[in-house]
Design a protein around this ligand. Structure first.
Ligand SMILES: Nc1ncnc2c1ncn2[C@@H]1O[C@H](COP(=O)(O)OP(=O)(O)OP(=O)(O)O)[C@@H](O)[C@H]1O
Ligand SMILES: [Mg+2]
Length: 214
């Protein structure tokens, strides 16, 4: 079969775990060894929906909590045609945050269940690999103070982390937890090796759907 699709690789983790640093290094390394690889991030603030989300995060506007959750999800859905197109053309996508951040952050707020938060993202392209960059809050603090965006405070981040652990209990997903306290190069090598394996495995398998019964 000539069908060789790209892999959907997602990096998740608490704030300052090193996601953006590692996403960029991974795309560069994969490209250099002959893979087609591209970077994507959520929220993607360049679309109209993304601009609303960006304004909310930068505290320039306030939005009702359910509304903003649905906007974060819409921002992923509006990129689904592009994601499928790239993967079908053999391009591996390295994604800086995805539905898991969306669910972990909203469900860390009062009165939001994990189940309710997952619903809008049910059926999104299912990642072939989700790398969770694990870093304890003390280590994260050493990497600089929180910025001024919404959600950037340590008690909220603790609640987010707890929700991530609940999401990781789902064995239908290929979660790999990596120790983000390692130095940038060592962590990169580990992430690269896990990604190479995922690319090999994904190429002959159809793309799945997130959080649907299989
Ligand atoms: N393994 C590492 N060891 C020490 N410092 C690191 C490591 N990885 C990244 N950093 C530094 O920590 C800071 C945060 O890194 P980065 O922006 O990649 O994290 P992030 O997970 O994308 O954060 P955010 O959630 O805020 O987007 C940067 O200053 C970066 O240079
Ligand atoms: Mg980042």
């Amino acid at each position: 079969m000539a069908y060789k699709r790209g892999a959907l690789i997602v990096l998740e983790g608490v704030d300052r775990a090193g996601k953006t640093t590692q996403c960029k290094k991974l795309v560069d390394a994969l490209s250099q060894c002959g893979h087609f690889a591209e970077l994507l991030r959520f929220p993607e603030r360049t679309t109209e929906v993304g601009q609303l989300v960006g304004s909310y995060l930068e505290k320039r506007i306030n939005l009702e909590d359910h509304t903003v959750h649905l906007l974060f999800s819409a921002n992923r859905w509006e990129h689904v045609p592009l994601i499928k197109d790239k993967l079908n053309n053999g391009i591996t996508l390295v994604v800086d945050r995805y539905a898991f951040s969306g669910v972990a952050f909203t469900s860390a707020k009062e009165k939001f269940s994990l189940e309710w938060c997952k619903q809008p993202d049910v059926g999104l392209p299912k990642p072939d690999l989700i790398l969770f960059l694990q870093l304890n809050p003390m280590e994260a603090t050493k990497r600089g103070d929180f910025g001024n965006e919404r959600y950037e405070n340590s008690s909220f981040q603790e609640r987010v982390l707890h929700r991530f652990f609940q999401l990781m209990e789902d064995e239908t997903l290929n979660w790999k937890v990596v120790d983000a306290s390692k130095n940038i190069e060592d962590l990169h090598k580990e992430i690269r090796s896990l990604s190479e394996d995922a690319i090999q495995e994904a190429q002959d398998k159809p793309l799945g759907e997130l959080w649907t019964e299989e």
